[in-house]
Design a protein. Structure first.
Length: 250
């Protein structure tokens, strides 16, 4: 009986240590892309912007610290969309079913956010999706009540396996870039290029190397994908997204 009890205890301990989110890379040379592969049937995904007292988190490091105080651990995380100097998301943003920033349908602004089409990533009880801002706006009454978490950014990189036609192969517009992409309603990926890359090459990597059919650009140059930096650093962000697990072992 004692031996059997020990075996049961070990199995229980192992089950509590399992983390489905897989941190890995694809590609070679200058085309390496860092990934956090997420299975929504097993992983808990959240967006982060403001703490319970209304103050902005501002960095992945502060999110991780606050979660630790609550008995949770950040498995992987990245910045989650383009934001203003005041750290407010430039477009739609939702947490825990609450719409905290409205959808932005403006098309004449400056910067990557306004490259068309831009779009929305959102999570519902049924899974994940990415769609253009126009599509989301036209079906807003059906989509809005279902949203648990959402972020709006731009441009869309991939839509139904098609690369955004505005992107140019061989472009010299190369910076570090990150994105979120969707393989299925239950499988999503946070991705960041390890080296400067253009939009077209990044989109190809997400489609052909990762297997995503839809992808949304999140930001460039300042982008982070924890834990690839090797440590939590204090880069200032507005919205962020990550996978969270309970701290079950001291």
């Amino acid at each position: 009986m004692l031996a059997g009890a020990c075996i049961v205890a070990i199995i229980s301990l192992q089950s509590r240590l399992v983390v489905a989110a897989e941190v890995t890379t694809v590609g070679t040379g200058s085309q390496v892309v860092e990934l956090c592969k997420i299975d929504l049937s097993k992983d808990t995904v959240r967006t982060f912007w403001r703490d319970t007292d209304g103050t902005y988190f501002g960095s992945i490091a502060k999110v991780a610290s606050r979660l630790h105080q609550r008995g949770e651990r950040l498995v992987c995380a990245s910045n989650a969309g383009i934001f203003g100097k005041d750290l407010r998301p430039l477009g739609l943003y939702a947490e825990n079913g609450q719409i905290l920033r409205r959808i932005n349908t403006r098309k004449d602004g400056y910067g990557n956010f306004y490259l068309q089409p831009n779009g929305v990533f959102w999570l519902t009880q049924d899974g994940a999706a990415i769609a253009s801002t126009d599509e989301v706006q036209s079906h807003w009454e059906q989509i809005a009540p279902q949203i648990k978490f959402a972020t709006q950014s731009g441009p869309i990189l991939l839509q139904a396996n098609q690369i955004n036609p505005l992107f140019t192969p061989g472009s010299n517009n190369r910076v570090i870039r990150n994105a979120i992409c969707v393989k299925s309603t239950s499988k999503i990926v946070l991705a960041k290029s390890r080296f400067p890359i253009n939009f077209y090459e990044f989109s190809v990597a997400l489609r052909d190397g990762v297997g995503c059919h839809d992808g949304l650009f999140l930001d460039g140059s300042i982008s982070e994908l924890y834990p690839f930096e090797g440590r939590l650093i204090g880069t200032e962000f507005g919205p962020m997204i990550g996978v969270v697990v309970p701290i079950t072992i001291p």
